[in-house]
Design a protein around this ligand. Sequence first.
Ligand code: MRU
Length: 382
Amino acid sequence: MENIRLSESGSSVIILDQSLLPAEEKYIELKTPEEMHEAIEKLRVRGAPAIGIFAAYAMAALAHQMLKYKPISGCCSASGTSDDVFMQEMSVKGDYLKASRPTAVNPAWAVDRVLHAARVEMYKARQADPNRMNVNAGVARLAEAVRREAFAIQEEDKAMCRAIAEHGLNEVIQLGGKKRKEEYKEDYQESDSIGILTHCNAGPLATSEYGTALGPVLLGAEEGVKFRVFADETRPLLQGARLTAYELQKAGVDVTLICDNMASSVMKRGWVQAVFVGCDRIAANGDTANKIGTSGVAILAKHYGIPFYVLGPSSTIDPACATGADIPIEERDGDEIREKFYAKPVAPEGIKCFNPAFDVTEHELITAIITEKGVFRPPYSF
Ligand code: MRU
């Protein structure tokens, strides 16, 4: 299912509104910086890689709109806008998009990458002028550089997800001594399936194509490797119930929905051979921020001796954060706990709430971090 794309005209972004799933599959078009910012903030588009891809396309759409931009004191280029004005305007819009959600590194990474692509074009034009003066690449060329880079980001994400899925699938097959399709005997047993527990949603909706944490499962389904997935519902915004359960059921994977506080019971029964989770930001020492509740799952996995894997593209690694303590954690409105998804509020009116959207899993609890580059084991040093 296509979750994010640039519109035909190139001046807006079209997304599948994830906040309405699974009840409604509705596409919405976003044109203004405010609408784009709101779409990330309200989780209409969500998942670290997806908000990076979205931010890149949002920048491409906003750059395209600048073809019609009339600056107060324009000069030089065909549209009347100088390269410097373009770059200034676009970095202000980029900063605004980056501020929509603080924890995932991907939007900032994507915005900086498309701006860099435009800057390179600008310098190329200047280099071509022997006097290095007053030469503009022009808005059309800069906007095209942003657009090209945005497409490249999405294409790379597809390839990265596929590679992560391959590495994750090989890892888990080796772990359990399980087999690929061609090795199965006729008499396939339930016990041949690999039990996976996952938290939140790190599937195709949160990325492109395979997803990260769900990648090995979806690739395994194609290759005849049997998985049995336990999806934590993931309070308070229920990404597990609404999105992971929906994606896996659609793909024909055996999926069982559980409440977050049931993970221990499921592990104790021996139903889970590995935990797969995604990530929003990985610090240089391997500490990983992911959806609130992930660190609790990691602690349980350690208790029961179950391997705990973090899967994500290498763009999620942020060497600027030495440890998890440097990762900013988003706090959201308490109404998400008090009343969202209930017919009427469930908690006493005015009750105080603490609603962090993410937590940090210490690297000691992580068996391996799987990126498109391979399987990294401790000690981590990125
Ligand atoms: O608040 P969300 O739904 O954006 O949180 C998403 C997660 O925590 C995912 O696990 C993470 O972004 C990885 S998505 C491949």
